[in-house]
Structure formats: structure tokens, C-alpha cells
Design a protein around this ligand. Structure first.
Ligand code: HEC
Ligand SMILES: [Ca+2]
Ligand SMILES: [Ca+2]
Ligand SMILES: [Ca+2]
Ligand SMILES: [Ca+2]
Length: 225
């Protein structure tokens, strides 16, 4: 009888420890998860992407080798009690600029527990040293805030193609020619507060399109990648 009792205690302890570690595993999710940026969060939340949730990746699409740019993922629609994200890139490097709300997990940007109160998250991406297209993938979830993974937590995915090209290539076709000059001419004299401003023509990224930017384009005129 005494032995049986001891076994019972032992079994209970083992069960308790297992239950605790399961709980810790489960709770770890609200602090971000990587590896789901492309296919989405369906394995544990709503089974398929929901068009009610709109995920946008905002930031420059024509970029230069080794340069660093700011991107923002913005999520609207769905229950919206809390939200989260997972971002990956096929090349280049993601870095955290807001460590309160985002973190790096296996090279991907995910939300922190605090970050689930946000509807948008910003971070940096540094372009690779080689020319060519890079894809940025984002999955974002709009949860019902009940602290559980359930099918009422809706999500969707988005991607953005980033063209890593020559400085001066305003239209992103991997050359610097008259077409690019025309784009710059249209934005010439503008600053980032104005409608005419064209970030793809602001090669020195100082918030205006002026003579300095023209000189950059002129310097690469006629070149192709
Ligand atoms: C392997 C399972 C799993 C996957 C995949 C997963 N989650 Fe979760 N997620 C959970 C669990 C479990 C919870 C509930 C416990 C918690 O809040 O930590 C949760 C909760 C959340 C919450 C809080 C939601 C609420 O209503 O309380 C957010 C936000 C979240 N996940 C974001 C994401 C995003 C974004 C993805 C896809 C990029 C994702 N999750 C993919 C398991 C997962
Ligand atoms: Ca061009
Ligand atoms: Ca061209
Ligand atoms: Ca400029
Ligand atoms: Ca200037």
C-alpha cells in the first residue's frame, strides 16, 4: 500500500512537470514565432488566410547594394484585440530598430509580447551586396485576445519584391538611361513633404531630389547591371 502511494505521488509529479512545460511551450507563442512568414499562421490559428485581414509591407522597392532602409508592416481588419507578425527575406539582413515591440528570431522579425498591442511594426533591412530581386515576406495575425490559439485569430500574408540595382536606376529595370532621367526630372526640386517627391530618385536619401541626385544619375548614365 505504501509503495503504491509513492508511485502515485511520483506519477502525479511527472504529470505536473509535463503539464507545466507544455504550458510554457504554449505561452511562448504570444512572444513571437519564426518560420511562418511565407505560408502563414494556419497551423495553430485560423486554418487559412482571411481576406478580412489586410497586411501591408511599406518601404522602398528600388534599393542599392549594402544600403539600409526602413520598412513597416501594417495590419488592419480582423478581431484586432492583439496582433503579431513574422517577417523574412530571401537575401540581405533584417535588424531590430524597436526592441520594445519587435525582436529577431532566427534572422526573422517577430513581435514581442508587448508588441502584440501594436497595429504596425517598423524595422530595418540592409540590401545584399549583389544586384537582383529579393523577396520580403510577412505574415500577420489579428487575434481575439483570449490568450489562446484558436480559429477566431485571423491572419493573412503579404510579400514585397525589392529590386537591388544601380544608383540612378529610378524605374528598377537594372540600367540607368533616359527613362530614369525622365523620372528624376519629374521629381526635380521636390522634397519628401511634397507630392512630386519620388523616393526612388533621392539617391543620397536626404529627403529631396536635387542637383546632388542628378550627379549620381549622371555618374552611372549608360551603365547596366
Ligand atoms: C505552432 C503553433 C503556432 C503557430 C504556427 C503560430 N502561433 Fe500564434 N499562438 C500560438 C499559441 C499556442 C497561442 C496562445 C498562447 C499565447 O498567447 O501565447 C498563440 C497566440 C498568438 C497571439 C495572441 C493571440 C490571442 O488572441 O491571444 C498572437 C498575436 C500570435 N499568436 C501571433 C502569431 C502569428 C503572427 C503567427 C504566424 C506568423 C502565429 N502566431 C503562428 C501558437 C502558434
Ligand atoms: Ca532604369
Ligand atoms: Ca530602361
Ligand atoms: Ca537627395
Ligand atoms: Ca539634397
Amino acid at each position: 500500500m505504501k509503495k503504491k502511494f509513492r508511485i502515485l505521488i511520483l506519477v502525479s509529479v511527472i504529470f505536473f512537470v509535463l503539464a507545466m512545460s507544455y504550458d510554457i511551450l504554449v505561452l511562448a507563442r504570444s512572444s513571437g514565432i519564426s518560420g511562418y512568414s511565407v505560408d502563414g499562421c494556419g497551423q495553430c490559428h485560423a486554418p487559412v488566410a482571411d481576406p478580412e485581414v489586410v497586411v501591408q509591407i511599406l518601404g522602398p522597392t528600388i534599393v542599392f547594394p549594402n544600403a539600409t532602409y526602413k520598412y513597416t508592416v501594417a495590419t488592419t481588419g480582423g478581431p484586432g484585440a492583439n496582433r503579431g507578425l513574422d517577417v523574412s527575406v530571401t537575401d540581405g539582413t533584417l535588424t531590430v530598430t524597436d526592441s520594445t515591440n519587435t525582436q529577431l528570431d532566427s534572422g526573422e522579425i517577430t513581435h514581442t509580447s508587448t508588441g502584440t498591442s501594436q497595429a504596425s511594426w517598423s524595422y530595418n533591412w540592409t540590401a545584399p551586396s549583389s544586384y537582383g530581386p529579393v523577396t520580403m515576406y510577412a505574415s500577420s495575425l489579428s487575434g481575439n485576445g483570449n490568450g489562446r490559439k484558436d480559429t477566431n485569430d485571423l491572419w493573412n500574408t503579404a510579400f514585397l519584391t525589392l529590386i537591388v540595382t544601380l544608383s540612378g536606376d529610378t524605374d528598377g529595370d537594372y540600367d540607368v538611361d533616359y527613362d530614369d532621367f525622365i523620372v528624376l526630372a519629374g521629381a526635380y526640386g521636390s522634397n519628401s513633404e511634397q507630392l512630386a517627391y519620388e523616393p526612388n530618385s533621392d539617391f543620397d536619401v536626404d529627403g529631396d531630389v536635387d542637383y546632388d541626385d542628378f550627379i549620381v544619375l549622371a555618374g552611372n548614365y549608360g551603365k547596366t547591371v
